[in-house]
Write a protein that binds this ligand. Structure first.
Ligand code: G2I
Length: 351
């Protein structure tokens, strides 16, 4: 175990139970004796998993939003502010203010922080992508970034997505500036730098369209198998899970299991389930079923550590901006009202 979590886990359990108890006392005064109101957080805890959400920096000022984040989730991921364009907008000049705010919020609410992300071709400042660096200098630039960012958050972050979205759909490597300049060794290099900067964080590789068994997840499987054989410090695989209504891969659990069988943790890192908008009761029911299917696949595999949903509300989701005519992918609607998907997640954790 690269991270000593026993004391933290006990503390979080006690705090979680206390929070759960006080939330019950405030919100359920007329509850029948013996009846239990659950939260996602309590349900995940009972299943031995974490449940997280991506947090949009600006939205934490909204009391209704931040109340949902703090009471329903045991883990938070910065939706944007720990990415390279925020943390090192110019070479050697680091900006940790927004990320630090999230860490403070998490500490105040006994939550784990899931770090996202150290090296990604997107939200990468122009000075890196168009810097014209040769292999040696780009390796230095990448390692410096990892050293500073993972070093700054050492001891505060439970997991890091060290490398994000490194694959093409056919399982070959995406021709990012890192791949084309440094070559195949850049991923192992990034993990070694992250391990040196924060030996206790669990180090993950994260991607999308790798939820089922397919060419892309086979590529990921082969890469991490090789890294493990070579002693590269990789601890976990993130399956983003930006899914489409009614299309949860039938072999999701089998896929989670094959990565777990390598001795890696698996995390559902960015779950959302989009539909053609507007939503209707049938679609929302199907969505609840789909959320349940995904969460229960994680619950069924001991090596699956937890599930993070990609944002709280349909109002803030990235989906409509990228897939026009689609949306309603989150667990709370535009008015921060729970959707049927909420009960789907509870059921998926076995509550
Ligand atoms: O694209 C969905 C996710 C896919 N996997 C990696 C995740 O990091 C990614 O998250 C999204 C965020 O949810 C968006 O919020 O990443 C997008 C960028 O690739 C984020 O969008 C950006 C907008 O494109 C920018 O215009 C905006 O300035 O968010 C920025 C901050 O609001």
């Amino acid at each position: 175990m690269r991270r000593s979590t026993v004391a933290a886990a006990v503390g979080a359990l006690v705090a979680g139970l206390a929070l759960y108890g006080s939330a019950q006392a405030q919100e359920e005064p007329v509850q029948a004796p013996g009846a239990q109101q659950s939260t996602l957080r309590a349900a995940a805890e009972a299943a031995g998993k974490f449940v997280g959400t991506a947090v949009s920096d600006g939205r934490l000022n909204d009391a209704s939003y931040s109340e949902i984040v703090s009471s329903e989730f045991s883990s938070v991921t910065a939706e944007n502010v720990m990415k390279w364009d925020t943390t090192e907008p110019n070479r050697g000049s680091f900006n940790f203010g927004p990320g630090d705010r999230l860490v403070e919020f998490a500490n105040a609410n006994d939550q784990q922080v899931y770090g996202h992300t150290l090296v990604w071709h997107n939200q990468l400042p122009g000075w890196v992508s168009n810097g014209g660096f040769g292999a040696a200098e780009l390796t230095q630039v990448m390692n410096d970034h990892i050293t500073e960012v993972a070093g700054h958050y050492a001891g505060q972050v439970a997991y890091w997505d060290v490398v994000n979205e490194a694959f093409n759909e056919d399982g070959t490597m995406r021709p990012s500036v890192f791949q084309t300049t440094i070559g195949d060794g850049w991923i192992a290099e990034a993990f070694r730098a992250a391990d040196a900067a924060d030996p206790d964080a669990k180090l993950c590789i994260n991607d999308y369209n790798v939820e089922g068994i397919n060419a892309k997840s086979d590529g990921l499987y082969n890469l991490v198998s090789g890294m493990l054989e070579q002693g590269v410090p990789v601890d976990c695989v993130g399956l983003q899970s930006h899914l489409i209504l009614g299309q949860v891969p039938g072999d999701l659990q089998e896929n989670i299991q094959r990565f777990a069988d390598l001795g890696l943790e698996v995390i559902i890192t960015e779950l959302d389930i989009r539909m053609t908008t507007p939503s209707d009761p049938n679609r929302l029911q199907q969505q609840a079923q789909d959320y349940e299917t995904v969460v229960s696949a994680c619950t069924a595999v001991p090596g699956c550590a937890g599930v993070t949903v990609w944002g709280i509300s349909d109002a803030d989701s990235w989906i409509p901006g990228v897939f026009p005519g689609e949306g309603a992918a989150c667990v709370w609607d535009e008015n921060l009202q729970r959707k049927p998907a909420y009960d789907g997640i509870l059921a998926g954790f076995g509550s």
